[in-house]
Design a protein around this ligand. Structure first.
Ligand SMILES: Nc1ncnc2c1ncn2[C@@H]1O[C@H](COP(=O)(O)OP(=O)(O)OP(=O)(O)O)[C@@H](O)[C@H]1O
Length: 782
């Protein structure tokens, strides 16, 4: 059933070649007990390894059941070792970290026998070798003879046709040797047993046939056999180790060195810990920043101004400018070129249609929408029983005397006092939300105005002077001095008079204006201060009035003589100078002749709603030509995206640094796995002898590194999470912010995965080295 034909196996080391097997031809019966005797180094083990498929012959042929093995691929040899042969070694080669039952089952595990059948067959095999009572013992608790019985049970478990024993009694006393020999003799009744021994007495006493070996050649054969060329049905069952089996093997191995494993896992978790903490902190800080920003910036409106800058255009011209500005022109050609800012200037066509569109913004998104008109207010006030012109301006440049339309071009925000919105439910929610009353009260109607102070209760001196108050710098003021001050808004028709030249000039007869019927009486009813830092600057320090007042003034002035004249004229009706570009429109607005606001401020109810509003505004621009687009400015949005990016950048850099320690742990894992490979060389040999494929060996070590990787990932995440507790205490003391560091569960899972992948990668090369280990050499190692 087994035949060696002209088998040669030479080993060449350096210049010397050892002829371990030198043209050996021999055939074996399917049932006999053959002993191979011979001096040390004569090639006995080599022949056994070649019969068992652990080593490959150089030339000749090994014929098994009439089938040549010349064409055997690696997989065939693996299956052959698993199904057809069983090995018994001098040093037992029991895997110590596995139970006796698992040791015996290993071969069946590789050939995919079901768990219950495996257990039953392993038990039967153990009973057969006389270990029934010792099944639940650990290998370390057994004697040498008992261990060899386990090894025999393991060799038998898959019911092989050939049993190969390499000096099975070499390490045992005479009594035990005899028992083992008897056992092997019994087993040889059902199969071919080939045993290598140094002990001629045992060989003669127990075996049916003795082959004497020397110098790689058969010298004598006591019972030669001639193989007949029978047609046979030799078939092999392929072997395969599942990842689960590999995991179990590695896990039990790891359990035997708990301390070392823990230290390895701890060391390689350091990278994960540092990345975990960086992520936890940046995550927390980003949340804090977002919350603060949402709180701070939600107060800031989305602004639509008649004249605005197209940010995209600016960026475009910026980038081309930097390129072209660096280079000199190579020729002398001259080109006319628009100013970059002018080129980026965009005129928003705020039409009645657009106003309607804006008005449709849901109240749940924005309660307050302010419309600012650069309409001039013709103001007078009685100072020392004489009416004199005053203004809401907050700077000295536009003195109370200068009431020309030019001075009113500038935005009402800042220069002409601040305009606050009355909300769309007719409530003072804007003022009440952002300002509190220092003295007096909130305004109750359009004719009541308020004075806004800065955070330190300072009143803008210029604003006070423009209103006709004669305070000095640093002077203390009582609310009484301001409250209930009356200011009159004079209609254009009463304020301006037309000269015979056709030009208009402000009339100087203020007392007459004061008593005119169409005059609006304003009263300062309150002094307000911003409630929080967040709303600071929404209204400038000085007089603030309702946007409805401006509407009322426009209603009054739009048909005034000066406005109607200005509409017909190409010159400024006050100065007489020709109007260029947009000056015409601005002059008309200043005189209250147009109803369109100069700018719209949309105050989102809160930060979240802001995006809904910008989306809504963006929708208007869809499919519109560039000139017809309405560009809004979202200052808060711009700031958030900048700070968000900054935090991301910092996080990337820190994670990058922390990742270096991950690489270090990867290298460490590679070294540790390599050590493990060396330690487990014998195990690799046993697995190979039992039919494990090279792939399966890689799998065993990959499984080991997977366990280490998952372990270090989980440990790292747990430690990082625990460290966030003291980190939060320290941060709370330093910054007053609580619960900053927060490890995102998603990040935690990703970290565990990253740790596993990197560790497996680090250990994979040593695992491959392990799989390439020659089975015969691995078994020879001790
Ligand atoms: N992997 C190897 N590389 C080089 N030489 C080897 C290798 N394996 C075996 N040999 C050599 O082949 C010869 C036969 O070795 P083998 O182990 O088969 O002898 P043996 O008869 O079993 O000896 P022993 O009874 O001492 O075990 C020896 O000279 C040995 O040094």
């Amino acid at each position: 059933m087994l035949e060696l034909q002209h088998i040669k196996k030479y080993f060449t080391v350096g210049d010397t070649t050892t002829k371990a097997l030198d043209d050996v031809s021999v055939a074996f019966r399917s049932q006999e007990f053959v002993s191979i005797l011979g001096p040390s180094g004569s090639g006995k083990t080599t022949m056994l390894n070649i019969i068992g498929g652990l080593d490959k012959y150089d030339s000749g042929d090994l014929i098994i059941d009439g089938k040549s093995t010349k064409t055997f691929a690696d997989d065939d040899w693996d299956a052959y070792r698993n199904n057809t042969v069983g090995f018994i070694f001098q040093n037992y080669n029991i895997i110590n970290h596995l139970s006796i039952l698992d040791n015996v089952s290993l071969g069946m595990t590789l050939s995919g026998v079901s768990t219950s059948e495996k257990k039953q067959r392993a038990q039967e095999a153990l009973e057969r070798v006389g270990l029934k009572e010792h099944i639940s013992k650990k290998p370390s608790q057994l004697s040498g003879g008992q261990l060899q019985r386990v090894a025999i049970a393991r060799a038998l478990a898959n019911d092989p046709q050939i049993l190969l024993a390499d000096e099975p009694t070499g390490a045992l006393d005479t009594q035990t040797s005899n028992e083992i020999m008897q056992l092997i003799k019994d087993l040889s009744k059902e199969r071919l047993v080939v045993m290598v021994t140094h002990n001629p007495d045992l060989a003669h006493q127990y075996s049916d046939r003795i082959i004497e070996f020397s110098d790689g050649k058969i010298q004598n054969d006591s019972r030669p056999y001639q193989e007949r060329d029978d047609e046979t049905h030799f078939q092999l069952v392929r072997t395969k180790m599942s990842f689960w089996t590999a995991l179990k093997l590695s896990f039990t191995n790891i359990k035997t060195k708990k301390g070392r494993t823990f230290l390895t896992i701890l060391a390689s978790s350091i990278g994960i810990i540092s990345i975990g903490i960086v992520l936890a902190l940046s995550n927390g800080f980003q949340k804090q920043i977002d919350a603060t920003q949402a709180e701070t910036l939600s107060q800031f409106p989305i602004t639509i101004s008649q004249v605005t800058a197209d940010q995209k255009q600016m960026q475009k011209t910026d980038s081309t400018a930097t390129n072209s500005q660096q280079n000199f022109a190579h020729n002398t050609k001259l080109t006319a070129k628009a100013n970059q800012l002018t080129a980026a200037q965009h005129l928003n066509k705020i039409t009645p249609k657009y106003l309607k569109y804006v008005q449709k913004i849901k109240k749940s998104d924005s309660k307050n929408i302010a419309y600012t008109y650069t309409t001039g207010l013709n103001l007078i006030r009685k100072v020392d029983s004489q009416y004199r012109p005053v203004s809401f301006a907050t700077t000295t440049s536009s003195s109370s005397e200068s009431s020309s339309a030019q001075s009113m071009f500038t935005s009402n925000l800042g220069v002409g006092g601040s305009v606050y919105p009355v909300d769309r439910n007719n409530q003072q929610s804007f003022l009440k939300k952002n300002y509190h009353v220092l003295a007096g009260s909130y305004p109750k109607n359009n004719h009541e105005v308020v004075f806004i102070t800065d955070k330190q209760n300072n009143l803008n001196l210029d604003a006070l002077k423009n209103l006709g108050f004669n305070f000095k710098d640093q002077q203390k003021i009582t609310p009484k001095q301001l409250l209930n001050t009356n200011i009159k808004v004079v209609a254009n028709n009463n304020y301006y008079q037309q000269l015979p030249t056709g030009n208009f000039v402000p009339s100087k007869n203020y007392n007459q204006m004061g008593s005119a019927a169409s005059t609006i009486n304003l009263k300062i009813v309150g002094i307000l201060r911003t409630k929080s830092k967040n709303s600071d600057g929404l209204l400038s320090s000085g007089v603030a009035y309702s946007d409805r007042l401006t509407k009322e003034v426009i209603q009054e002035n739009k048909n005034s003589k000066i406005a109607l004249t200005q509409k017909q004229s190409t010159n400024n009706v006050i100065t007489g100078s020709p109007l260029k570009g947009m000056e015409g429109a601005l002059t008309l607005t200043a005189l209250g002749a147009t109803k369109m606001p100069n700018s719209i401020q949309i105050y989102p109810n809160n930060f979240k709603e802001k995006n809904k509003i910008t989306d809504y505004l963006d929708k208007y621009n869809k499919h519109k030509s560039k000139a017809n687009k309405i560009i809004y400015v979202d200052l808060a949005g711009n700031i958030t995206s900048i700070t968000g990016g900054l935090m991301d950048a910092i996080t990337y850099v820190l994670v990058g640094f922390a990742a270096i320690s991950l690489v270090t742990s990867m290298i460490m894992i590679a070294i540790i796995t390599y050590t493990s490979v060396i330690e487990r060389t014998k195990e690799i040999g046993v697995l190979r002898a039992l039919g494990a494929r090279k792939k399966d060996i890689t799998r065993v070590f990959d499984a080991e590194t997977t366990i280490l990787g998952v372990g270090s990932g989980i440990l790292g995440v747990i430690i990082a999470w625990l460290l966030t507790i003291p980190a939060n205490v320290i941060l709370a003391n330093l910054t007053g912010l609580s619960h900053v560091a927060k490890l995102n569960p998603l990040h935690a899972i990703i970290l565990i995965i990253v740790s596993t992948i990197l560790t497996v990668l680090g250990g994979h090369i040593p695992a491959r080295i392990a799989s390439k280990k020659d089975a015969a050499t691995a078994l020879r190692s001790e």
